[in-house]
Write a new protein. Structure first.
Length: 560
């Protein structure tokens, strides 16, 4: 709403003008019929614009100001330091008037005869001031046009906001989003993203990721006019480093091509990873019954067999002890891999060499299917971790070969998944104070997860600043492990913020179908992942197994 002080002569023409302005719905008019009344109103408040009739004399006068017309009124305002813009309104006949925005004005009385120069010096001064102001305006306009040309020539999108409203955008930015040049001006920054959660995540990213120059950085997907989204990297120079919403200058890089390359590389790595594996790894292939069909040279050397001694033989009785058959290890994996489309991810198993030596191997397994999608073989890639296990040092299992398939098409960042997964391995191996601990982590799609669960204990993280709740912070790990003893699940955002501890999952799990041996905790996590885009990780209290859920099914199982 624009506030106007309207100083008129109370005639019908100006009454009609004032009435029209009021009816626009965008202007609030305060009326004054004299200069005296106008000055009194200006003492108590400010206005956006003053409109004054130029020829209006104040016949009543005021105590400390002589009679005034519009120009005298303008001079008085400047003398008082009032910088409110003034528009003078002048009659041009019965039904015609002129409007002129005035920055400075004077009135000169000329004698009927004699030398005019002393009287016109004030006019010369006004002309010089006007000329200098116009020159400065032209120079500023030229500089702005030059700057706008430079900013429009860059491939980067640039826009400025104030109080979360877009005030200026360059052409590459509007072209990037498929809009016309003026279509984005006046829109809220949040409208550039699909959901309120994405907007809040963007603001948090700016606060957490800052470079040496104090610029905030964040990655997001901006919404285009046609409803699609594009992956972008945004850096911002904020007006207030503590509150991005107050505004700033944003520089946008379109990461579409970069994302295409990354997706292509990921697909290529997944397709040809079998060929590019480290030659110092154990590589075994076996059928669904556990009969060995391939042993690479490193595996033959490591287990001390010849190819003829293992090809066609079952893993049980060769590299897996007969006593281990009852354990959920490599042999059992061969029998029940059919329940899982991609098989187990990592199993850390105790295996045996030909001479009877016990060794610990971290296995990464991949299901091999025929053209009809039927499971025909299992590819097993192992790495010896015997020395680290015997030395008692921390076992960290690499997730590089399988985590992409877990977090793909979710809002879960890879480093966040890694941080949670490695905390789970420590809980599985160490327990708490010598006792086994079972717990649950739900990562990503936080809004839906919170709607489909309820708090059963006081949330220890409620009210804490975001930077103190980042799961990737090593200093938070021991707190997480201690809180894992409590009932309920951890809820963690896709970008790594612990939102809640002790959530009870309220989704009906009666339709969930899991293998025998899975408990209530596993069924509940399978159920909630079937109706949300969250990634669930369960650490079993009995046995310490780690199970990863996605879309209502087990995608990875890690047996330690």
């Amino acid at each position: 709403m624009i506030s106007i002080l309207f100083v008129d002569d109370n005639t019908d023409l100006f009454t009609r003008i004032r009435t029209f302005l009021e009816k626009t719905g965008e202007i609030r008019v305060e009326q004054a019929h004299s200069i005296k009344l106008a000055i009194e109103k200006l003492r108590g408040r400010t206005f956006d614009v003053i409109i004054s009739y130029e020829e209006l004399p104040d016949v009543n006068g005021i105590e400390f100001v002589p009679d005034m017309n519009g120009i005298d009124f303008l001079k008085y305002l400047k003398m008082q330091g009032n910088i409110t813009p003034v528009i003078l309104l002048c009659r041009r006949g019965a039904n015609k008037f002129a409007l002129e925005e005035v920055n400075n004005a004077t009135e000169i009385a000329l004698p009927p005869s004699g030398d005019l120069r002393p009287h016109l010096m004030e006019m010369v001064t006004l002309i010089k001031q006007t000329m200098l102001r116009k020159k400065a305006e032209r120079e500023l306009k030229g500089q702005n046009e030059q700057l706008a040309a430079i900013l429009s020539a860059t491939p980067l999108g640039i826009f400025q906001t104030r109080n979360s409203i877009l005030e200026w955008v360059n052409h590459p930015f509007v072209a990037m989003l498929g809009f016309d040049d003026t279509a984005l001006i006046g829109k809220e920054l949040r409208t550039l993203l699909k959901t309120p959660d994405e907007y809040e995540q963007l603001l948090r990213g700016f606060l957490i990721r800052k470079d040496a120059q104090g610029l905030g950085h964040a990655d997001c997907r901006l919404a285009r006019k046609d409803g699609s989204t594009i992956p972008c990297h945004i850096q911002v120079q904020p007006l207030d480093p503590l509150d991005i919403a107050k505004g700033g200058t944003f520089v946008v890089t379109d990461n579409t091509e970069k994302q295409k390359y990354a997706d292509a590389l990921r697909e290529s790595e997944a397709k040809y990873r079998d060929v590019l594996l480290n030659t110092q790894s154990i590589i075994i292939r076996m059928d669904t019954q556990g009969n060995i069909t391939f042993f690479n040279n490193y595996a033959l050397t490591f287990f001390d067999y010849t190819s003829a001694e293992v090809i066609g033989k079952n893993v049980v009785g060769t590299i897996v002890s007969e006593k281990a058959r009852a354990q959920h290890g490599l042999s059992m994996m061969a029998n029940d891999i059919g329940f899982n489309a991609e098989g187990y991810a990592v199993n850390v198993n105790e295996n045996v060499r030909r001479n009877g030596d016990r060794v610990w191997i971290a296995w990464i397994n991949k299901a091999i299917r025929d053209e009809q999608g039927r499971l025909v073989e299992i590819l097993c890639i192992g790495n010896d971790i015997t020395d680290r296990r015997r030395g008692g040092s921390e076992v960290r299992i690499s997730t590089d070969t399988w985590k992409n398939s877990v977090v793909a098409d979710t809002d879960v960042q890879e480093e966040v998944f890694d941080a949670v997964f490695h905390i789970c391995t420590e809980i599985s191996l160490e327990g708490r104070e010598g006792k086994p601990v079972g717990t649950t982590f739900l990562i990503g799609d936080t809004k839906n997860v919170l709607e489909k669960s309820r708090q059963i204990i006081l949330n220890p993280f409620e009210g804490h600043r975001p930077e103190l709740r980042v799961i990737t912070n090593p200093g938070l790990k021991e707190n997480i492990k201690a809180l894992a003893q409590l009932d309920g699940a951890f809820v963690i955002t896709g970008d790594g913020f612990v939102e809640s501890v002790g959530r009870y999952i309220t989704v009906d799990s009666s339709n969930v179908s899991l293998p025998p041996g899975m408990g209530t905790r596993h069924n509940s996590v399978a159920a909630i992942t079937s109706v949300t885009h969250t990634v669930g990780i369960v650490v079993s209290q009995s046995g310490g197994g780690i199970t990863v859920f996605r879309e209502g099914r087990i995608v990875k199982k890690i047996t330690l």
